[in-house]
Design a protein around this ligand. Sequence first.
Ligand code: NAP
Length: 246
Amino acid sequence: MSLQEKVAVVTGASRGIGRSIAVHLAGGGAVVAGLARSEDALKETAALVEEAGSRMLVCPCDISETESAAETLERIAKDEGRIDILVNNAGVTRDNLLMRMKPEEWDEVIRVNLKGVFNTSRSVLRPMLRQKGGRIINVTSVIGIMGGPGQTNYAASKAGIIGFTKSLAKEVASRNITVNAVAPGFVVTDMTADLSEELKNEAKERIPLQRFGVPEDIAEAVAFLADDAAAYITGHVLQVDGGLAM
Ligand code: NAP
């Protein structure tokens, strides 16, 4: 993989899958701009990026806030002179059965997971059009494909990302910008840490490869889609789920 001289923006880079993506892209030579709300945790990622041989701009930002996201992306494009790769990875869950789901739980998941992708993607288009090329990679979920009880809000946001990915891919293909999605299955991070042992065992039984994913599994797929090797792939949803959604 060669990402030398590329600038990659990674949302949700403060932990879990996003942290691993930041380190992988840095390992390929990219300069990374890491976005998340927690500055201290972003600094920890920045230290790992340095160990991987590159540097990371620490950009505290709530991606669901349109103005703040736009300002952050503008600053990155101005300071670094370009944005080549955007990885929309930040996401949240607020699980509840629909009967009990509060409007705030619905709104927050849609605001962060879906509006956040709108905010950041819109902001990178100008620099990518100027550069005559770019890569947008959206992290969706198998839940957006298969659904999941207690996750109507999350599934709607992740299915929305798939529709967004294909529509934007068609809009910008003629400008040499590709837009793809990666759909992780069950990955061991803070997001899944609170699930009961019973639920985890049940989930594992449904995975043909018989193990949960680790953040590196997802980061490898994202790094591939960011690389020149994937230049002819757009509008694709790459499932990285041990066969779960097959
Ligand atoms: P995680 O460990 O909970 O990390 C979520 C990341 O999103 C954190 O860096 C968090 O940073 C950031 N974030 C949340 N709200 C934000 C906001 N408003 N503005 C900016 N950043 C925000 O989750 P993960 O497991 O790594 O998940 C990463 C992505 O993979 C998510 O989109 C998730 O839906 C998807 N996914 C995960 C799994 C899984 O099994 N883990 C499966 C399928 C898909 P701050 O809290 O510092 O803001």
